[in-house]
Write a protein that binds this ligand. Structure first.
Ligand code: PLP
Length: 469
């Protein structure tokens, strides 16, 4: 890739990041006098209404998992009740502590812990799937250092696992040992077994994984972990609030949680299919002997004795309140109804894709549906879908695109619209394969002609663009 190509892509990205750059005033310093609050609010409403409607109408993969107007206004009311709460100060907001403890307990109760399962299962609330994963990986590192004297820790991670595991490796100085996935896109169990060394602190499985929605062979991996005496983290960020209910609905779901004796921790995202507002997730451990390594403590700080369970210090208690309220408002029955709707919409979308001769669905997914093509540029296809309003996720190694089906796609007519638009887009790419969108140039250039350094330079520019006024 030439520097001019990078400039070209950066310009495209900038236009996408700031569509209102010419229509709305930019603030690069504080206004000398405060603006009237109603003006501020109406400007914000305009920004949201003009540019941020896509997700409401079900054009977006993942991102907003519920999005119903009534549910949103309920969550907003809850936020207003607790907007000042901070669990860092339990004496001031004991309700925030109650909410967090009960979110953890309720989540454990659907994932094989709690009353009828493994009573010792415990955990904490975090800010999202990535933080839950970061916390768990650091916990394994520190436990292994303290209890096994491991100073060069390794984690064995299937290539399909979320980037958060690599982030944990980079942040915490853990070596990530990648293992391949099979032709069904599930972790290769024999490769995991082979990759384990005396320095392995944890192995990882996903149910399902982000890229292809494949559910790794969790039961087999649990056995491998037990035999090797290492930790086993199951990433249930996407599946934690779907699989338990899919199982009860009679779908064929393999056991994926603490019912398996080798599973030592999981991450489950309340802010995805738990239908809480963005900003909460749960990390669970098999017992407190493991969780204690997650806590940060200092007995010598001049500011006093200090403890915090997660990466942040102060935390938004209102988000825990919203999460708790969403869980109570749904209950088991609500999650069953929602799961049924998501899985039905996903089935319609899968069938539709399978009916398009140029495309093939990767593996046998439940609700995160990836597809590729042997005859067309799948990124150009995604661009054609973008021109019709769709926002899908581009995957790589190999090239593919996915849609994570949510309740937004369960609205009447949305799955059908997706399939119709996909058929029309396939026809267009077949007739005129040139590219006009964004995905194809980016992925085309990040393919054979460019180095990893160039792609990383592009991502750095993307970061800079996000913070440029
Ligand atoms: C399987 C999986 N794990 C982890 C994450 C990271 O979650 P978050 O974006 O909430 O940090 C995601 C996000 O989509 C995911 O799909």
């Amino acid at each position: 890739m030439e520097p001019s190509d990078l400039d070209f892509i950066s310009d495209m990205l900038e236009a996408e990041l700031r569509p209102y750059r010419d229509s709305h005033r930019t603030y690069s310093s504080l206004p000398a006098k405060g603006r009237p609050k109603d003006e501020v609010l109406s400007e914000m409403r305009e920004l949201a209404a003009v540019e941020e409607r896509k997700w409401r109408d079900g054009y977006v993969s993942g991102a907003v998992y519920h999005g119903g107007a009534e549910h949103i206004s309920f969550l907003n009311e809850v936020y207003a009740v607790s907007s000042q709460a901070n669990p860092l100060h339990p004496d001031l907001w004991p309700s925030a502590i109650k909410y967090e403890a009960e979110i953890v307990a309720m989540t454990a109760s659907i994932l094989g812990g709690g009353q009828d399962g493994v009573r010792s299962v415990c955990g904490t609330v975090s800010s999202g799937g990535t933080e839950s994963i970061l916390l768990a990986m650091r916990t394994y590192r520190d436990m292994a250092r303290a209890e096994r004297g491991i100073t060069s820790p390794q984690m064995v991670v299937p290539l399909s696992a979320h980037a958060a595991f690599d982030k944990a490796a980079q942040y915490f100085g853990i070596e990530l040992v990648p293992v391949p996935v099979g032709s069904d896109w599930r972790a290769d169990v024999a490769a995991v077994r082979q990759a384990i060394t005396d320095d392995t602190v944890v192995i990882v499985g996903s149910a399902p994984g982000f890229p292809h929605g494949a559910i790794d062979p969790i039961e087999e991996l649990s056995t491998v972990a037990l035999e090797a005496g290492v930790g086993f983290h199951v990433d249930l960020c996407l599946g934690g609030f779907v699989l338990p209910f899919a199982e009860r609905l009679g779908y064929n779901v393999p056991v994926f949680d603490f019912r398996l004796p080798g599973v030592t921790s999981v991450s489950a995202d309340t802010h995805k299919f738990g239908y809480a507002a963005k900003g909460t997730s749960v990390v669970l451990y098999r017992n407190g002997d493991l969780r204690k390594y997650q806590y940060y403590k200092t007995a010598t700080w001049m500011g006093g004795l200090y403890y915090s369970p997660t990466l942040a210090g102060s935390r938004p208690g209102a988000l825990a309140a919203e999460c708790w309220a969403a869980m109570l408002a749904f209950g088991e029955e609500g999650y069953m109804v929602a799961t049924d709707a998501v899985l039905r919409a996903a089935a319609a979308i899968k069938d539709g894709i399978r009916g398009i001769p140029d495309l093939r669905v990767l593996g046998d997914p439940m609700w995160v549906v990836a597809f590729a093509s042997d005859s067309l540029d799948v990124y150009a296809l995604s661009d054609r879908m973008a021109a019709r309003g769709w926002s899908l996720n581009g995957l790589q190694n190999p090239p593919a695109v996915h849609i994570c089906v949510t309740l937004r796609h369960a609205q009447p007519g949305v799955a059908e619209r997706f399939v119709d638009d996909l058929k029309a887009s396939v026809g267009e790419v077949r007739d005129s394969p040139g590219t006009e969108g964004m995905m194809a140039p980016i992925y085309g250039m990040t393919g054979t002609v460019s180095t990893r350094e160039t792609v990383e330079e592009l991502l750095t520019r993307y970061g800079d663009l996000q913070f440029k006024v």
